[in-house]
Write a protein that binds this ligand. Structure first.
Ligand code: ADP
Ligand code: MG
Ligand code: ZN
Length: 531
């Protein structure tokens, strides 16, 4: 009986789909691929043009709490010895009773507010039953038909413009233990269970099947990560498994309304692999349908090294889980005062921040997106403007999106690049006032980030103080003209390059400290005057 109704729909649809290309006399995708040297490049657009992808994304993220979902065990188990953060509740021992973690509930409620979802006045917990060695109770406490948030939305920026995605629900559940597959000392293959993660609070966020391209899906995952980090609900690091993204992908003939049978793809551990896995899956399904092979409902894994998805298991349906209300926990009431307090605590959300950067600070959409898309950049940008409100936002944005992000990219990941906002403000001010050249300013910032030295100290120590005093620059220019009569004569004879030579002489004499623009102007002014 597994998955009957959906598989049945999919088959009826898929055979119809498979017939169509042949009706148009188009060779099958696979045959074309075999015939063509540059197979993918030349045939993929054909299949893709015929089909439209329908995608829904499920995200699981670990919530940022001190203790686990239903017990007081610490969630700080990263790097700890296995099975050191456990108790009868998260080990699933008989008779142990769960207690709800208030902070975890608040994170999901805050997420709901941030995605403009509705919150039920009361919710309850449900048992999702299945057997697996990482689930000692034989069920996971989750939420079935009364999620803490429902009917929300999130808008993402894509290369084709803004795109709005409906969010079906966000609910709370507990994480499973972790299986470790290893080889024992006597050479046997063993599977070990580490219960440290068991019972950690997990939020599942499910989108409507609104997504149509792999890029939209990647952008959704990126925007959701930014949102969760901004409100402090989760650290949402994909590589560390704090945010797990699964994509449900189906195809339908363009212009048709019925959905095809979906395939769930998991095990993507980066945003790039989310996009690649979906691209691959769209091509795979298109080729299969063109060949007359209907898609069966299944769960597939993504093999990043091979760049392809592979069959993991046929998909369970909710009937198989035998959901029923959790008898060990009371229903949870969400009163309006609690919700209002959470709303009042919400920080500025990424979308609002981008809009403010564009509309109020006059930044380009690109700069606004880069700054708001990176908490480090956001903090430095805001801090620098706060340290010196007279600075032009555009100038500060250039330094943060340019130099700061470049330094951070070049640095090793375990040593975070730190820039004091007040020091960056001092550097930018010196450049604007003409006492520090742009090139030297970059060096000062780099020295500050690596040694922590103050900008003023680096400027003094390296002799970077720029001579912008007109009198001093004038004296240096006069001296250079007097010392190089031949160059002056060359200029008079029409050799324009002599100006560059004379400017170079002044810069040399001042050890690069003269303001180059002022020197240039002074040289021209004097040569012109003497004529
Ligand atoms: P499950 O219990 O299988 O994980 P969920 O309801 O939690 O199911 O999630 C299903 C996801 O698949 C949602 O994101 C939904 O939008 C998406 N989805 C449902 N039907 C289709 C379809 N035919 N094609 C693509 N995605 C779909
Ligand atoms: Mg699901
Ligand atoms: Zn515990």
């Amino acid at each position: 009986m597994r998955g009957w109704s959906e598989v049945g729909d999919g088959r009826a649809w898929a055979s119809e789909a498979a017939g169509t290309p042949r009706g148009f006399g188009t060779p099958s995708y696979a045959k074309l691929a075999a015939m063509t040297a540059s197979a993918t490049a030349r045939t993929a657009p054909l299949a893709r043009d015929r089909y439209e992808a329908v995608i829904g994304v499920e995200v699981h993220c670990q919530l940022r709490t001190v203790s686990k979902m239903f017990c007081s065990c610490s969630t700080a188990y990263d790097g700890a010895a296995p099975n050191t953060h456990v108790c009868p509740v998260c080990l699933g021992l008989p008779g142990a009773l769960p207690v709800i973690n208030r902070r975890a509930v608040e994170h999901v409620l805050a997420t709901g507010l941030a995605i403009e979802a509705s919150t039920p006045e009361a919710t309850r917990w449900d048992r999702k039953n299945y057997f697996y060695p990482d689930l000692p109770k034989g069920y996971q406490i989750s939420q079935y038909d009364l999620p803490l948030a429902s009917a929300g939305r999130l808008t993402v920026e894509t290369t084709a413009g803004p795109f709005r995605i409906g969010i079906t629900r966000a609910h709370l559940e507990e994480d499973t233990a972790k299986l470790v597959h290893a080889t024992s000392d006597d050479g046997r293959k063993v599977s070990l269970v580490d219960f440290n993660r068991s019972g950690a609070p997990l939020m599942e966020i499910v989108t409507d099947p609104d997504i149509r391209t792999a890029e939209q899906a990647r952008r959704y995952a990126e925007e959701l990560q930014l949102l969760l980090r901004t409100i402090g609900a989760s650290d949402a690091d994909m590589e560390r498994g704090q945010m797990r993204v699964e994509a449900n992908v189906s195809l339908r003939l363009r212009g048709t309304a019925t959905f095809g049978t979906r395939v769930e793809v998991k095990n993507m551990n980066s945003f790039r692999s989310v996009e690649r896995a979906i691209e691959f899956e769209i091509d795979r399904q298109a080729a299969s349908l063109d060949d007359g092979n209907p898609i069966g409902q299944e769960t597939r894994g993504w093999a990043d090294d091979r760049g392809e998805t592979y069959h993991m298991r046929s998909k369970e349906t909710s009937d198989d889980y035998r959901y029923f209300p959790e008898p060990d926990l009371p229903p949870l009431h969400v009163d309006r005062a609690w919700l209002d307090a959470l709303r009042a605590e919400l920080p500025e959300l990424p979308a609002a921040r981008r809009a403010r950067y564009r509309d109020r600070l006059g930044l380009s959409a690109y700069d606004a997106a880069v700054l708001a898309g990176d908490p480090g950049a956001t903090g430095l940008f805001e801090g620098t403007l706060a340290a010196d409100p007279s600075l032009a936002p555009k100038a500060v944005a250039n330094w943060v999106t340019g130099e700061y992000l470049r330094l951070r990219k070049a640095a090793s990941t375990d040593e975070p690049v730190h820039v004091d906002a007040s020091e960056l403000a001092a550097i930018i001010r010196a450049v604007e006032e003409g006492t520090l050249s742009r090139a030297n300013a970059k060096e000062v910032l780099e020295a500050h980030t690596t040694t922590g030295a103050r900008a003023a100290a680096v400027i003094a120590e390296r002799g970077f103080l720029q001579i912008s005093d007109e009198g001093a620059v004038g004296e240096a220019v006069d001296a250079a003209l007097a010392a190089n009569p031949a160059a002056v004569a060359d200029y008079r004879a029409g050799k324009e390059q002599a100006v560059g030579f004379l400017v170079g002489q002044v810069m040399k004499a001042t050890r690069g400290q003269a303001n180059a623009a002022l020197v240039q102007a002074a040289v021209r002014e004097r040569l012109g005057r003497a004529e």
